[in-house]
Design a protein. Structure first.
Length: 258
């Protein structure tokens, strides 16, 4: 289970998913269906990237290579294991010989999936980038409905995270979180929160509490949203986004309660 951050950041009462209105958004409202996406499915090319730090100790490198082979080629014959060992050991030595500080850059595996949300529903950029250019919707989910999963806040940093070779090889949930919760400061406007589990579509009944329809949404979208809300087993409040006449901002009516 994902635990709270070290600074005990309070998880908001509701979190928001900006998205295009389509069958997936409808399923989210009607049945609580959400998708947990792998690193390779997310739009940031740095997702899942980390530096893996190796010890300068040749004995540890030997152990590491043997463990990699045991994990990925457990059924090798002795001759094949020997050939693979020599090739992989040389590859690591060559790469580390060119690297600075005994570190190599890798992508974390797609073993886990992420469900990403924001802590606001009125951001102009988020509506433009994820809310189908203000023609989509923004759906509020209740974190408590995802229990025992817990949402954690993304850290916006300047540098790619570092993991030890053994952390990376072990592929623990804690190491995954360390990598998954680190993003460039360029994404800071998203104010993102994440939770994780096995990749794919999962269902969290009645996790949707309310939703906002985009300021430029078509009448067909508004009609289909009404139909989806009626089909939900939970009462869902519909709000409307509006573009301000005097300021560069999005307002929500009726206002979202605290």
């Amino acid at each position: 289970m994902i635990s709270h951050m070290a600074n005990e950041t309070t998880i908001p009462k509701r979190l928001w998913k900006y998205r295009k209105w389509n069958d997936h958004a409808r399923a989210m409202i009607e049945t609580g269906e959400v998708k947990f996406s792998t690193f390779s499915e997310i739009n940031d090319p740095f997702e899942g990237t980390c530096w893996v730090k190796f010890s300068a100790d040749s004995t540890e490198l030997d152990r590491y290579v043997r463990e990699v082979l045991a994990q990925h080629h457990p059924d090798d014959s002795i001759p094949m294991r020997t050939r693979r060992y020599k090739a992989l050991h040389k590859d690591f030595q060559d790469k580390l010989g060119e690297a600075k500080g005994n570190t190599l850059q890798y992508k974390a595996s797609n073993r886990y999936g992420l469900f990403s949300v924001a802590d606001h529903c009125d951001d102009i950029l988020m509506w433009s980038h994820y809310g189908y250019q203000h023609r989509g919707v923004c759906i509020a989910v209740l974190p408590e409905r995802f229990a025992p999963k817990v949402f954690r806040q993304v850290r916006y940093v300047q540098k790619i995270p570092i993991a030890t070779a053994w952390e990376f090889l072990g592929g623990s949930y804690e190491t995954f979180q360390k990598i998954a919760l680190s993003k460039s400061v360029a994404w800071e406007y998203e104010r993102e929160w994440r939770t994780a589990m096995e990749p794919g579509v999962r269902c969290f009944p009645e996790c949707v509490e309310r939703m906002v329809v985009g300021a430029l949404a078509a009448e067909d979208t508004r009609r289909e949203v009404d139909e989806a809300v009626k089909n939900s087993s939970r009462r869902i409040q519909i709000h409307e986004a509006h573009l301000s006449d005097v300021r560069f901002e999005v307002t929500i009516e009726p206002p979202i309660p605290g």
